[in-house]
Design a protein around this ligand. Structure first.
Ligand code: PLP
Length: 315
């Protein structure tokens, strides 16, 4: 904020772009994300810093929409775009954050809320919903799997939903807005099982990893769907180095962007991985301690399993 950098394009501030590429790789490695998501793997994947989880969910939805449109147009050249868009349907659990429903509204597609089991979305429920829609002539294209729901910090079964998504060619977006920070600790990574089947993953370091708002980390296995969906290229934004570094303006909704990677760099350098892990573990221990106090006191009961730093209790 203090240096007032406005990174419109790579040429507006090469460091703003290039540090972001590097930081998203550091952070991805801290979480042990599958290498397909990392720019350093040399494949298509890479990370970008968005402002919020809401934007990431919407950007992923728009990428998924562009991908499905291309696929269906190739199969049915006689269908016009409006016909196809009218048939698209996305999915999330009844525990998903309201920003997912909102992404559906903003993206102009139907979004189905699938009933959860113990607050978690299961693969068979997702599969049934998809099969019913296919039988009704609709086109499933996108599903949001939440790791750490807002209401109770429940974890959808990514391992099951990922298999279903891949089978039906449905883009899987993983929303780990709050809980994703805990994946820097190996003992919480079992919740990420199945991540290799996801198309995009997002969490907010500004929520629980000591980075100031805003810093929402998003990785895409194949950013080209998003880049092509949003690509406009006026003369005044062109530069000679196009193609050799990502132009993040194509990965997001606004044009201008802050130098958010710098604050991530400062946090990672100042604390280091071990201190950040200790910070997460300390909070989880507080929650466990508080949960135990609720259980020990007959006036209170727990309303949900204590997960991460969240305790849902009632009198
Ligand atoms: N997803 C989940 C699971 C959340 O808990 C929240 C809420 O805070 C959001 C998305 C929305 O986050 P943001 O404010 O970054 O859009």
């Amino acid at each position: 904020g203090a240096i007032a950098c406005i990174g419109f394009t790579w040429i507006a501030s090469p460091a703003c772009t290039e540090l972001e590429v590097a930081m998203m790789d550091w952070l991805g490695k801290m979480l042990d994300l599958p290498s397909d998501f990392l720019a350093s793997s040399g494949g298509k994947g890479g990370g970008v810093i968005q402002g919020t989880a809401s934007e990431s969910t919407l950007v992923a939805l728009l990428g998924a929409k562009a991908k499905k449109l291309q696929e269906v147009k190739a199969k049915h050249p006689e269908w016009d775009e409006h016909t196809i868009i009218g048939k698209l349907v996305g999915y999330c659990s009844d525990q998903a954050h309201s920003s997912v429903e909102r992404a559906g509204l903003l993206g102009g597609i139907k979004l189905r809320s699938v009933k959860s089991e113990n607050n978690r979305l299961r693969g068979d429920a997702l599969e049934k919903a998809i099969e019913k829609d296919l039988a009704d002539g609709l086109i499933p294209f996108y599903a949001v799997v939440t790791l750490g729901t807002t209401n109770s910090c429940a974890f959808d079964r990514l391992d099951e939903c990922g298999v279903v998504g891949n089978k039906h060619n449905v883009w899987i977006h993983v929303d780990a807005a709050y809980a994703g920070s805990a994946f820097i600790c190996p003992e919480y990574r079992h919740y990420m099982k199945g991540m290799e089947r996801a198309d995009s993953f997002n969490f907010n370091p500004h929520k629980w990893m000591l980075v100031n708002f805003d810093c929402s980390a998003m990785w895409l296995k194949d950013p080209s769907w998003v880049v092509n969906a949003f690509n406009v290229d006026p003369l005044y934004l062109k530069h000679d180095m196009q193609g050799s570094a990502p132009d993040y303006r194509h990965w997001q909704i606004p044009l201008g962007r802050r130098f958010r990677a710098l604050k991530l760099w400062f946090v990672l350098r100042l604390y280091g991985v071990e201190n950040l892990q200790a910070h997460i573990r300390r909070h989880c221990n507080f929650a466990k301690q508080f949960g135990d106090l609720c259980v020990a006191d007959s006036r209170f009961e727990l309303a949900a399993e204590v997960n991460m730093g969240l305790v849902c209790f009632r009198l």
